[in-house]
Each structure stands twice: as C-alpha cells, then as structure tokens.
Design a protein around this ligand. Structure first.
Ligand code: NAD
Length: 288
C-alpha cells in the first residue's frame, strides 16, 4: 500500500455520510489516523467496534485536535454549532470540508463560526446516499462512481479545494465544481422537489382510510415513485427549511405544471396530454 494521502482525518457526525467516508479511507489506506467526533456515545462505540475509526470523542474540539482534514457530516441545522465547537481546536493548516445537502446556509454558518479557518473551508455535497441512515448504514463503496459537488467561494484557498478534490477522487468519486446558489437551485429541482412529492403523495394516500389496503393494490410504479419517502424525516426537515426559497420556487413551478396537466385531463385535451408525456419521455431518455 502507498503512503497515506492524509495524516489525521477527523469525521464529525459518524452517520451514513461520515461513516462511509471513514470506511472508504480505511479500506484505501488513505489516512494515517482516523478519528470520529459525534454527539451520541452509542454511535461512537459502534464506529469503533466496526473498525471505522481509531479514536472517538463526544467532545468535538477534542476530536479535531491534530487533524489535517476535518469532514463535517452532521445534519445541516447542526452545522453552525459544530463549526463553533471545533473552531478553537483547529490547526493553522487544517482543511475543513462538509457533506451537507444545502450549501448557502452551511457556507454562511462556516463564515460566521470558523473565524480565520474559513479560508480553508471547502463546501461540498456528495450526490450519493440511501434511505437508511446512521453509522450501521456506513458503506465503503458508497462514493464509488458517484459525483461530489464542491462549491468553493471567493474566500476559499484553491490549495484547500485541490486537496479535497484529491480526497474524493481517491475514494473513487467524480468531482464537479458549482457555484453555491446554483447548487441549491439545481438540487431543489432534482432532489428536494422529488422528495417533497414522494413524502406528500404517500402521506396523502395513507390518510385516506386504511393505508394497508391502498398499498396492497400498488404495483412497481408506486414502489419506484415513492422509494424516497422512506428517507430520514429529520434530515429532510432541515433541507426543506434551510433551502426554503429554492424549494418554494421549484414547488411553484411544479404546481403550475400540475395545474396544466390537470386542465388537460379535465378538458379531454389529447393534444396537450400526449405532448406533455412525449416531451417527458424524450427528456427522461436523455437521463438514462
Ligand atoms: P445520519 O443521521 O446517518 O448521520 C448524522 C450523524 O451526525 C449521526 O452520527 C448523528 O449522531 C450526528 N449528529 C447529529 N447531530 C449532531 C450534533 N449536533 N453534533 C454532533 N453530531 C451530530 O445522517 P447522514 O445521512 O449521514 O447525513 C449527514 C449529512 O450529510 C447531512 O448534512 C445531510 O444533509 C448530508 N447528506 C446526506 C445524504 C443522504 O442521502 N443521507 C446524501 C448527501 C448528503
């Protein structure tokens, strides 16, 4: 095995996203030492028992001491407190990056709480995940052949961005750069809106009488469309609230499309119906 890419890597928030990076770094021999900081003692015990990290601390400042790179993977609403807790213990060269699903508010939290270390903060978002959460769901292969979006700002040191790019490339991911606002707008459309629709659809149907009865008659289409309604409510609560403006814009856009579709059905407008679905077929074919 070649020399590790990093000395100490600390993961704050050892859940699906943080635990999977720790596992991938461990498997690749990419970190000299792996340390976790997380809120719950049980998570840390599990992480140690699974062999994901060499040391684990509930005290987040203790966890980042001596780290060359810190990956923050807590829920988006916990980022500000986390940055405030680790800032005093960060080194002069420590690179800080994150995996939060919304970038604008996380960048603002970092700017407010990381102090001089903000220049070495590289905002990021792995476009990888699953419906399961928690350290038990950690998967060393999660990031392989998946995309990572980095959204550096004018304040971000390009050398820090290059190092974080190296990190993700080393675990098999493809790294893309985006502006933070563009990231939040695009993800609102391609990820946040579909989750909103899936949650709303399943909830709406399940309120209509006996839900087990409805779901008994559901087939593959329903399963495919609603898979993401099993996603973690706490995580998604944070995303909808933190990316509110972009989510509302996407929801309004969709509501207008739904109204057009509904009108076409109501009016028996075959041309409008076939036109809409044919355009959707063509667009979907380009995605596959
Ligand atoms: P998770 O629930 O599996 O893990 C979160 C971890 O953070 C847990 O170990 C929890 O104990 C810890 N934690 C929670 N609050 C904390 C606090 N205040 N201080 C310290 N630790 C705390 O969630 P996850 O799916 O790994 O998501 C983590 C981050 O990654 C979120 O910001 C989420 O938006 C982002 N993300 C998730 C996915 C996904 O599909 N799950 C994909 C991309 C990005």
């Amino acid at each position: 095995q070649s020399a590790p890419l990093f000395g100490q890597v600390t993961v704050i928030g050892l859940g699906l996203i943080g635990g999977s990076l720790a596992a991938a770094l461990r498997n690749g021999g990419l970190a000299g030492r792996l340390v976790a900081g997380s809120r719950s003692a049980r998570t840390l015990e599990r992480g140690l028992a699974m062999g994901l990290v060499d040391a684990a601390y509930q005290d987040l400042a203790e966890a980042v001491r001596g780290a060359d790179l810190v990956f923050v993977a807590v829920p988006v609403s916990a980022m500000a407190d986390t940055f405030a807790a680790i800032a005093p213990a960060l080194g002069r060269h420590t690179i800080i990056t994150d995996g939060g699903s919304v970038k604008g508010p996380v960048i603002e939290a970092a700017r407010q709480h990381l102090g001089v270390h903000y220049a070495r903060f590289v905002p990021g978002h792995p476009i990888a995940g699953k419906e399961r959460s928690g350290v038990e769901a950690a998967d060393a292969a999660l990031y392989q052949r998946h995309r990572i979006i980095l959204t550096p700002t004018e304040a971000t040191d390009p050398a820090a961005t290059a190092k974080v790019r190296q990190l993700w490339t080393a675990v098999g991911a493809e790294v893309l750069d985006m502006r933070p606002a563009e990231h939040d707008r695009v993800l609102a459309e391609t990820s946040h809106l579909p989750h909103l629709l899936a949650f709303a659809l399943v909830d709406t149907l399940s309120r209509q009488g006996d839900s087990t009865d409805i779901f008994r008659y559901a087939a593959g289409g329903f399963r495919d469309f609603t898979r993401i309604a099993s996603s973690d409510p706490v995580m998604w609560h944070d995303i909808f609230i933190e990316n509110r403006d972009a989510v509302l814009a996407a929801a309004d856009e969709f509501a207008a499309g739904l109204a057009r579709f509904r009108a076409a059905v109501a009016n028996g407008d075959s041309e409008a119906l076939l036109g809409t679905m044919t355009r959707a077929n063509t667009a979907r074919a380009r995605f596959l």
